[in-house]
Design a protein around this ligand. Structure first.
Ligand code: PLP
Length: 383
């Protein structure tokens, strides 16, 4: 069995695997529709929202991204998109494919979205209707200040679309308190369910924009006005598509586990595990890409030491320790490893395994590291 410490998917808990294996029933069976209501409530808890329109889209995180842009961007709408990694670039693709006009605000990869730059862009584009940004950039390991960015967008009467694929369940995320209008996530990161579903939530302001559309949503499958015929039980549910029943059992179980642990406890656990991992890596002489002020606990970008064949290291970790860590993505390919501490993968045992495996592998490759200190440094944080 693999230990998954890459950028997702993360290790799936046996309770969730057990739920996935339950007998399939019809997606309109009353026993199933009761579970759908529970999923919506549990997602509201995870997102920190009372939004009525809160559902899992039946496809991976990219479909959640597309749901937000396809439903909220109309042809000609100007959207300011903050870009500090791969997923901000993908947002621009989505804006343009929906017929919108993207205004990109660039930050360095490895740095947080700069609120001052967004403020300048909002002043320079008074006709902008939406601001979009990634809360937790999985390609770099950076978290941006979503509360501040949303507050700025509100001051300029813009809606916000926020990517929380990697943040949900791992770091503080408060949809209502921060005034987020549309948000999407994924199941395979800090929720530790298998990949393939994308929780989304829309505020009343976002729903109003959807209702006031002059053009039909270009995608039939992702058009929320149709999807809600299945997910909104108030007028009786109708067939839209055959929902992935077993995947929803799995999501339900993982959300129950999150509620049992408690959001604050889950955020604290990710933070503590992150500090332990970083203490171990730094004791080994390795350095982190991202400044501590905006580092994500759940995605650790580690600089590759000079002269090390990074792909060979990952292959050895997989072959000798059954341990997966991630490669760099886009502009950071070949420059960093991405070590995930997501959901069920964020455990003390995994950290100690990862440090031991990395140290053993790098030492065997004669890489310039310090040996014999990493485990003790991590254990000091773990207590
Ligand atoms: C920040 C972010 N956004 C979007 C996605 C796309 O999600 P998926 O791969 O589930 O389609 C990912 C996946 O890693 C991600 O990390």
């Amino acid at each position: 069995m693999r230990v998954l410490m890459g950028p997702g998917p993360s290790d799936v808990h046996p309770r969730v695997l057990g739920a996935l294996a339950r007998p399939t029933i019809g997606h309109l069976d009353p026993a199933f529709t009761g579970l759908m209501d529970e999923i919506k409530d549990l997602l509201r808890y995870g997102f920190g929202t009372a939004n009525a329109l809160t559902i899992p889209v039946s496809a991976p995180g990219s479909a959640g991204m597309e749901t937000c842009f396809a439903n909220l961007v109309e042809p000609g709408d100007k959207v300011i998109v903050c870009q500090n990694g791969v997923f901000g670039m993908r947002m621009q693709e989505n804006i343009e494919r929906a017929g919108g006009v993207a205004v990109a605000v660039q930050d360095e990869w490895g740095e947080a979205v700069d609120a001052d730059k967004l403020s300048d862009a909002l002043k320079a584009n008074p006709d902008a209707k939406i601001v979009a940004f990634v809360h937790a950039e999985t390609s770099t390991g950076v978290g941006s200040d979503a509360a501040a960015l949303c507050a700025l967008a509100r001051q300029h009467d813009c809606l916000t679309i926020v990517d929380a694929v990697t943040s949900l369940g791992g770091t503080p995320l408060k949809v209502d308190e921060w005034g987020i209008d549309a948000i999407y996530s994924g199941t395979q990161k800090c929720l530790s369910a298998p990949p393939g579903l994308s929780p989304v939530s829309f505020s009343d302001r976002a729903v109003k924009k959807l209702q006031d559309r002059k053009h039909r949503v270009q995608s039939w499958f992702l058009d929320l006005s149709l999807v809600m015929g299945y997910w909104d039980g108030s007028d009786g549910r109708s067939y839209h598509h055959t929902a992935p029943v077993n995947a929803l059992y799995g999501l339900h179980e993982s959300l129950l586990m999150l509620r049992e642990e408690g959001l604050q406890a889950a955020w604290d656990r990710h933070d503590k595990m992150h500090r332990a991992l970083v203490a171990g890596l730094e004791a080994m002489g390795l350095s982190m890409l991202v400044d501590p002020a905006c580092r994500l606990p759940q995605l650790n970008a580690v600089c590759i030491p000079d002269g090390v064949d990074e792909a060979a290291v990952r292959q050895r970790l997989l072959a000798d320790y059954s341990l997966e860590i991630g490669a760099g993505l886009g502009a950071l390919a070949g420059k960093v490893w991405r070590i995930g501490l997501m959901g069920n993968s964020a455990t003390a045992a995994n950290i100690l395994l990862c440090l031991d495996a990395l140290e053993g592998t790098l030492a065997a490759m004669q890489a310039p590291i310090i040996t014999g200190k990493a485990t003790a440094a991590a254990q000091q944080v773990l207590g």
